[in-house]
Design a protein around this ligand. Structure first.
Ligand SMILES: C[S@@+](CC[C@H](N)C(=O)[O-])C[C@H]1O[C@@H](n2cnc3c(N)ncnc32)[C@H](O)[C@@H]1O
Length: 355
């Protein structure tokens, strides 16, 4: 399982005569929040100056114990730092090393919002995750601390980062070669890419930071604010553009957008059998407009119902060109029998005239 350091309570400051205390409560859990990290883990807690990411004002460590459900953190900053704008970063030694190596870490660390070292108010329930892509660009993703499906980062999105790294490598493995060939053949032209159910935008933003493209991130209305924040923080490749739009699969494409795309990306969107059927219909409408459309579906298998999507895709004349399972970074627990995988399927559409 990939684990994520989460704030159960976001940072709060307490001003004392000589120190300023920053406290928070964290847990180390999976993306669904259904399993806690089950081993001892040393957490590194750093108070960093907001405008100088290397300006460390205070560092401390705390032990997440096997069997913990939550861990209270408290660091005492020197009183001379009063009123400075800071962020709280909670990480592990291994995570810092993985990020330095441009790897996706098996424990994803967390950055708070900026807050002044004098305010007693708890910071907003929103945090930043950071990853580094193969071209060394930093992927910054804001997500909510609560249980929202859309405003939250999912394992499959991290699987896509590994997929893109393979597709862009000098020797792409067989399961990614169709996608890799499309990227290679379009070095000059800007690819037109659509992401469906983009959530926070991990997949689409990462793609636009790696490949020259016009990226349209779509999701329901309630994901638009977090998408806008993440587009604002993005570092698209020179020549790339990123924008967000509302696209509800249940409403269909409509006539308003006649845009044609080269690639459609779909990450972790097939868990609900009802909306899966609408999703396939949207894909059919898109593929009918653009005969050579390549669709990349990635997900982490969690439910029996996931198969409904694949059955409907087959019935709707979509063909799997290639598939691959990519192991996610993980810590094996006693309950795990296999390493967790992100599964990827590359689809093209077979028009009815083929018969
Ligand atoms: C599990 S999240 C995955 C988010 C993102 N793709 C990722 O991998 O991090 C599923 C996403 O599908 C979106 N979604 C669900 N039903 C939808 C619909 N009818 N139309 C558009 N998006 C929908 C949700 O809002 C959510 O963002």
């Amino acid at each position: 399982m990939v684990h994520y350091i989460r704030f159960l309570r976001t940072p709060q400051t307490d001003v004392n005569p000589k120190t300023i205390d920053v406290s928070a409560v964290v847990a180390v859990t999976t993306d669904l929040g259904d399993a806690l990290y089950s081993k001892d883990l040393e957490l590194i807690i750093t108070v960093v100056e907001a405008n100088h990411p290397h300006g460390v004002l205070h560092t401390d460590t705390a032990m997440w114990q096997a069997g913990s459900r939550a861990l209270k953190l408290k660091v005492n900053c020197h009183g001379k730092y009063r009123s400075r704008s800071v962020r709280l970063h909670v990480t592990t030694k291994e995570t810092l090393f993985a990020l330095k190596m441009l790897d996706v870490p098996r424990i994803v660390d967390v950055w708070s919002v900026t807050f002044p070292l004098n305010e007693k108010q708890r910071t907003e329930p929103i945090v930043e995750r950071q990853f580094f892509l193969p071209n060394r660009s930093r992927l910054r993703m804001w997500e909510e601390t609560g249980d929202s499906i859309a405003r939250h980062i999912w394992d499959a999105g991290l699987g896509f980062l590994l997929y893109f790294a393979q597709a862009l490598s000098s020797s792409p493995s067989p399961g990614v070669s169709t996608f890799a060939a499309l990227l290679k053949s379009n070095k000059v032209r800007r690819l037109k890419v659509l992401e469906l159910g983009a959530g926070c935008g991990t997949v689409g933003v990462a793609f636009a930071q790696l490949v020259k493209c016009d990226m349209v991130l779509t999701d329901l209305d309630d994901a638009q604010e977090i998408l806008a924040s993440n587009i604002k923080c993005a570092s698209p490749l020179a020549g790339s553009t990123i924008k967000a739009e509302v696209l509800d699969w249940t409403s269909g494409l409509g006539d308003s957008s006649n845009a044609k795309y080269d690639i459609v990306l779909v990450s972790d969107c097939i868990y609900n059998p009802d909306s899966s059927l609408h999703l396939v219909e949207i894909l059919r409408q898109l593929a009918t407009r653009t005969p050579n459309l390549l669709i990349l579906v990635g997900f982490k298998r969690r439910h029996e119902a996931d198969t409904i999507f694949f059955e409907r895709m087959q019935k709707t004349r979509f063909e799997v060109k290639e598939s691959i399972n990519i192991p996610l970074p993980h810590t094996m627990t006693d309950q795990d029998t296999d390493a967790p995988m992100a599964e990827f399927y590359t689809y093209t559409f077979r028009p009815a005239t083929d018969d």
